[in-house]
Design a binder for this molecule. Structure first.
Ligand code: HH2
Length: 277
């Protein structure tokens, strides 16, 4: 695997797991929906996460939770652009969580350092847009679409199928001109997966990491953790940290979290133990 991730004008060293702080400028995200619904509130939150030690931020203007209402490109841009501009002085790489080429194009022109696409650049023109930029890309696996994905996800071998999909999308990106050191892959926890699928993928995350691309893992506050602990999203911090740690131990190089400070502390303990063996 490459030792750095090239991400726009940034180079992120991958020697320790990086913490990606989530900022959703949406009314309906499953955990932080409505909390940072105005650009001003989202900028305050982004700055807080930066202070807590986020290595990069992930900015979302459309919820992908099961059954979420679709948003136009214009609305998505109206939500995220003021935040992109409002955090530019932080000199922190900002990823934009979108599936729409129109949003990608304008976000890249406004300094987005990464495109995080839950459809792995499926939309016509998306791959070419990223290739023409210097941004990184996160390619995520999803079975179905957000509207239907949790209806009845079925796999013969979830890890093998996710791995093959990610390998094929990464190969398409490389063939299309996106250098390997700009590519991140993500099994897409919770996207067309049962709790059992998510747990299998976490247990066998090393097989995804073996593809040779940095792996991003997003477990933060997700409903699988609610099913395991019986707790609502507001009370899933401890479970989220446990999942982030387990992912990091199995090779995740980026953990996507809502709670940066607590996750960093946990990862510091992991790093200390690993450095003492
Ligand atoms: N999870 C969510 C959104 N985007 N992107 C990647 N690469 N990996 C993930 O696991 C992932 C993601 C869902 O979390 P959140 O953004 O908090 O909620 P919502 O989609 O409701 O805005």
């Amino acid at each position: 695997m490459t030792e750095i991730l090239r991400c726009g004008r940034f180079e992120l060293p991958l020697g320790r797991p990086l913490v990606m702080g989530v900022v959703n400028v949406t009314p309906d995200s499953f955990y932080d929906g409505g909390r940072y619904g105005t650009p001003q509130a989202a900028i305050v939150q982004a700055r807080r996460l930066a202070e807590e030690g986020a290595d990069l931020l992930d900015l979302g203007g459309e919820s992908s939770r099961p059954g979420a209402a679709p948003v136009t490109a214009a609305e998505e841009l109206a939500r995220i652009l003021p935040v992109l501009e409002g955090v530019a002085d932080l000199r922190l790489p900002v990823s934009v969580d979108t599936t729409k080429p129109e949003v990608m194009r304008i976000a890249l022109a406004h300094g987005a350092a990464m495109i995080n696409d839950i459809t792995a650049l499926a939309a016509p023109g998306a791959l070419e847009l990223v290739a023409a930029s210097d941004a990184a890309v996160c390619l995520m696996h999803m079975q179905g679409s957000p509207r239907t994905m949790q209806a009845d996800p079925v796999y013969a071998d979830v890890t093998a199928e996710v791995r093959e999909f990610l390998a094929a999308r990464a190969a398409a990106c490389v063939a299309g001109g996106i250098a390997r050191d700009r590519i991140v892959v993500d099994p897409g926890f919770g996207f067309g997966k049962t709790v059992a699928h998510n747990l299998t993928l976490l247990a066998r995350l090393g097989e995804i990491a073996a593809l040779g691309f940095p792996v991003l893992a997003g477990w933060s506050r997700k409903s699988s953790l609610g099913r395991i602990t019986g707790r609502p999203a507001d009370d899933r911090l401890a479970a989220s940290i446990a999942a982030a740690m387990l992912a990091a131990q199995r090779g995740a190089r980026i953990v996507r979290v809502h709670d940066v400070a607590a996750t960093r502390d946990a990862l510091a303990v992991l790093a200390a133990v690993e450095g003492s063996g």
